[in-house]
Design a protein around this ligand. Structure first.
Ligand code: ATP
Length: 317
């Protein structure tokens, strides 16, 4: 049986299934450069992996199938070849020269289309789970190469922690920063399309409403403050060039940012392309209290107390 020796004996459960988890990310700093000839923008970003995890479980089966529970199930999250998990399975099978045979299940806690890289997390978890199920014995380098082909954020979902991302975000320089920071993620009612937010940024720059050279700037201060603190200094360096276009498309997010700082966050920004608002808070107690207060006040549909950095995609116990 192809899966009998994969990933070590402790990894395959009694029913033959393998589960992997992967984290959501916050872009603590995101500078968007010019549009490239290939249609992507040149990015410089500081990724932080946080403790909101999706899980992907894979069982032996004939052919591919996919089910989804949790956030976005039955709505935004497709259950066919449009799902990044399905694409990850096909890509790994082709790379390894094995048949794409597996039943897959995603249990989502990361809201879809929220700027938290939920789909990318699922793709990274699928690569790790299926490598174990199929016994394909890929190195982390092999998986990173496949991840970059699946999407700009997938390589980071695989490594986690803190990393500087350049290129489309897929070229990573991991940081040794391990200092814990606590955050509240305020999740809005409906998602935002990432391509739409980039198009809005291009429009704002073309019409001079946002200056192309007055953006988030260099990430060095953020990296230093993430590593050494204090949090009040880090709060002052949070920056995201996609925040202006996200606010243009979703003016309600202004109230979300104000509610976050009003509820005690040291600083707040839109995460990635939004619409999630990430607020930096003092500690775990402050995160739990702020999250409860924001939901009670109706400022967000959901609010999660999280911390980072956490590891990237990995097999469950
Ligand atoms: P991006 O990584 O583009 O910034 P995001 O983090 O804002 O995206 P995702 O949760 O990754 O958002 O979802 C973006 C879109 O990708 C969804 O609207 C959905 O159509 C599609 N998608 C494909 N696979 C998945 C998945 N496993 N989970 C969620 N969405 C998925």
């Amino acid at each position: 049986m192809p899966h009998a020796t994969a990933g070590g004996p402790g990894r395959i459960h009694g029913d033959g299934s393998v589960t992997a988890h992967a984290p959501a990310k916050i872009n603590v700093h995101l500078a968007v450069g010019p549009l490239r000839a290939d249609g992507f923008h040149e990015l410089t970003t500081v990724y932080l992996a946080v403790s909101l995890l999706d899980s992907v479980t894979a069982w032996p089966d004939d052919g591919l199938s996919l089910t989804v529970t949790g956030e976005g199930a039955g709505g935004d999250v497709p259950t066919d070849s449009r799902n990044l998990v399905w694409q990850a399975a096909e890509l790994l099978a082709r790379h390894a020269g094995v048949r794409a045979d597996a039943a897959l299940h995603i249990d989502k806690s990361i809201p879809a289309a929220a700027g938290l890289a939920g789909g990318s997390a699922d793709a990274a978890a699928a690569l790790v789970a299926l490598d174990a199920l199929w016994g394909t014995r890929c190195t982390r380098g092999d998986l990173a190469g496949l991840a970059a082909r699946l999407g700009s954020d997938v390589p980071f979902s695989l490594v986690g922690g803190v990393a500087l991302g350049t290129g489309r975000g897929e070229q990573l320089s991991p940081s040794l920063s391990r200092r814990r920071t606590d955050w509240v993620l305020g999740v809005a009612g409906t998602g935002l399309s990432t391509p739409k937010v980039y198009r809005e940024l291009d429009r704002l720059r073309a019409t001079g409403q946002v200056a192309a050279d007055a953006g988030a700037g260099q990430p060095d201060d953020v990296l230093t403050a993430l590593r050494d603190g204090p949090d009040a200094t880090l709060a002052g360096f949070l920056a995201n060039d996609l925040q202006a276009p996200a606010l243009e498309l979703r003016p309600d997010l202004r109230a979300g940012l104000a509610a976050m700082t009003g509820a005690g966050a040291l600083g707040a920004l839109v995460s990635g392309s939004g619409p999630t608002v990430a607020g930096l808070v003092e500690d775990a107690d402050a995160a739990a209290g702020t999250a409860d207060a924001l939901v009670a006040a109706g400022a967000f549909r959901l609010a999660h107390a999280v911390h980072g950095p956490v590891p990237g995609a990995r097999l469950a116990g």
